[in-house]
Design a binder for this molecule. Sequence first.
Ligand code: SF4
Length: 333
Amino acid sequence: MYHLELERVVEEIRSRGADRVLLQLPDGLRPLAFQMAKALRKSTGAHVFLSGDSCYGACDLAVNQARELSVGLVVHYGHSRMTADDDVPVLYVHAEVDLDAEALVEEAAPLLSRWQRIGLVTTVQHVHMVDEIREGLRGRGFTVYVGEGAERAPYPGQVLGCYYRNAQAVAGDVEAYLYVGGGEFHPKGLVLSTGKPVVVANPFNAAVSLMTEDDLMQLAKKRVAQIATVRDVERIGVLVSSKPGQRAAMVAEMLQSRFAEEGYEAVIIYLDEVRAEHLNNFVEAQAFVNTACPRVAVDGVSGVDRPILTVLEAEVVLGDRRWEDIWGDGYLG
Ligand code: SF4
């Protein structure tokens, strides 16, 4: 189903003369990891290492592992470039998935029919299908907008779980969005970032559904309650991730100073990944603010027994922003 583009990878390994290669795969591709490593080793003679750490996004680029293993190339699957690659060469392979654009539009059209002006968004797995889907929508009388120009999402219509600039670029023109992709993770982020309704067309199971701000009201209530709780605490852990695309030490230090000004005691905790087993032993911290992936706070971390806020929510606690100004429009930053 995925385009693994092994020939392009082989070509890159050969042209760089890389004799040590680090292969970084998201969970969905790990069942194929041994065969991919074997195929690359056979074709190039290179020593192929598999990265076993998380690979949630290009934010997770395994540059530290690459340095420690002295590899000549990192092959990162499933995402597009998000950050500068420092000194380690990186080949990005999107792991594209084809879909039947005509069938998908046919399925989505009835739910879209209450609107006329539609924004089209998807993930990097399907960005190569955007033109075909747009034509299908136009053929049914919709006016279609595809935002582009976002630095961290370089393909027209592309969104990331934390970054919806291409969607926001056309928010003023559209009444609703068509999101093409699997799961609720991106549509939820899209609603949170634009406040507009989203028709979700899942090409993996041909299901079509609608998500609106009303569906996220439970989440809004929960977030407001957490903000209120954190207002009354004394000690806060400000989390900074070491992942290259999530590192925000300056933001954390700024927050730490602001918390101090407002009478809180805030300490910065530097970690790779926000997980319960890492956080729960910091028993003095009554709450956490996460400067890394904003979805960690919004979607929750299983087993963490104290509130975790995003940076914007922390600014609401500090009185530097109002809740009404962040909810439903740029909520993820
Ligand atoms: S949503 Fe989180 S994991 Fe995904 S790209 Fe953004 S920072 Fe990385």
